[in-house]
Design a protein. Structure first.
Length: 361
């Protein structure tokens, strides 16, 4: 799958930008603030119908305008599809081949995107809740029913927390109501746990090879930390019951997959505690590349890879290792401020988009 043409109207700093005849490897260069990240962001929005890094969607609209439009031609299976994304104060509209899609879900996730941005190294050091939300977004790209499962689960947790709060006023405990909730929490929780576990297992299958290729060490592992580890659904119901008294005292549900966490190990060392900033960046990139392999090999998808500011904080050796090991089969967009970062042999086969020449400032 390739984007061949991209047209932006009133998107971020662009009043109008047309990029035609995009290649497999596209290198976007330009000074700080010229609009490199914005181009990657527009591709992300076009494919997923939502903004990246939890940015507020309305902020995508050019400051002096009241709507934005992104148009892109996507080539897959020798057919071109025309995608269109429109956003204004009255909402968003998406079209495929000029036909309006009533449900956004008919539009999103048809086209997969893997984004690597500098601040994503946060995943390693961030709060568990941000790590969970990252994994949730990845999984929802792979499995549409995952989001529904998660929403249903969150409603159960909210109901349980609300009930715990009521017990501050009315101390009669309806154990049978809590039993019913716990059964449902275990059932849905186990399904979510299994999806996460399978996904992490797949990621780890590819991480080992990628780790060697990127010359990071012998092995990177993404560790899945869950109260469900080594338990089945029945055991989990028992655990919920065992923790009930304590939870009632604390007034909050602390048992369940909403407390899951993830951590990287590099040759058995905890990456967030022991590795330098540059190595953490490389580990995060390895993770992204593993995610891409999962999409390609396990789901037969052809994602687009967006690599924003790939080279910041990396030394020349690492920069070259990355460039030499990128999958040549998929479409890649790389942004950089310095064309000298890119080796001549890569430049030869790439399309270079020089924004300093194209964009008026
Ligand atoms: N809604 C908006 N309307 C107009 N301009 C905007 C809007 N949102 C962001 N901008 C501006 O768009 C410009 C491009 O930002 P972008 O992040 O794409 O730059 P960049 O080339 O990636 O820079 P850097 O090299 O620093 O990462 C910035 O100057 C930013 O202030
Ligand atoms: Mg940028």
């Amino acid at each position: 799958m390739n984007i061949t043409n991209l047209e932006l109207t009133n998107f971020r700093n662009y009043k109008k930008l047309k990029l035609n005849d995009l290649a497999k490897t596209n290198i976007i260069i330009g000074k700080n603030g010229i609009g490199k990240t914005s181009i990657l962001e527009s591709i992300y929005v076009l494919c997923l119908a939502r903004s990246f890094k939890n940015n507020i969607e309305f902020n995508l609209i050019k400051l002096d305008s009241d709507f934005l439009k992104i148009k892109g031609d996507i080539l897959g299976n020798s057919k071109i599809k025309k995608l269109e994304y429109f956003l204004s104060k009255s909402g968003k509209k998406t079209k495929i081949n000029n036909v309006l899609k009533k449900k956004i879900s008919d539009f999103i996730s048809q086209y997969k995107v893997i984004l690597y941005a500098p601040d994503e190294v946060k995943f390693i050091k961030d709060s568990p809740s941000n790590r969970r939300s990252y994994i949730n977004i990845s999984l929802s790209q792979l499995n549409k029913s995952y989001i529904k499962l998660l929403n249903d689960y969150n409603v159960l947790i909210k109901n349980k927390n609300d009930y715990y709060k009521k017990l501050y006023i009315n101390s009669f405990i309806d154990e049978s109501y809590l039993d019913v909730l716990d059964l449902k929490i275990s059932e849905l929780g186990y399904m979510i746990y299994k999806s996460r576990r399978d996904f992490i297992e797949k990621i780890n299958n590819y991480l080992k090879k990628i780790c060697k290729k990127l010359k990071l060490g012998n092995e990177i592992n993404l560790n899945y930390i869950s109260q469900f580890n080594n338990l089945n659904e029945d055991d989990f119901v028992k655990l919920l019951k065992k923790n009930r008294k304590k939870e009632i005292q604390q007034g909050i549900t602390k048992t369940g997959i909403h407390k899951d966490d993830f951590e990287f190990l590099l040759d058995d060392k905890i990456v967030k505690d022991y590795c330098s900033q540059g190595v953490q960046k490389m580990v995060m990139l390895a993770f992204k590349l593993a995610e891409m392999e999962v999409l390609i090999k396990d789901y037969y998808e052809q994602p687009i890879l967006l690599l924003d500011d790939l080279f910041s904080e990396l030394d020349e050796t690492n920069q070259n290792i990355i460039l030499e090991n990128l999958n040549k089969e998929i479409q890649i967009f790389i942004t950089t401020t310095d064309i000298n970062n890119i080796k001549k042999n890569i430049l030869k086969s790439a399309k270079v988009i020089d924004l300093d020449r194209m964009v008026e400032r």
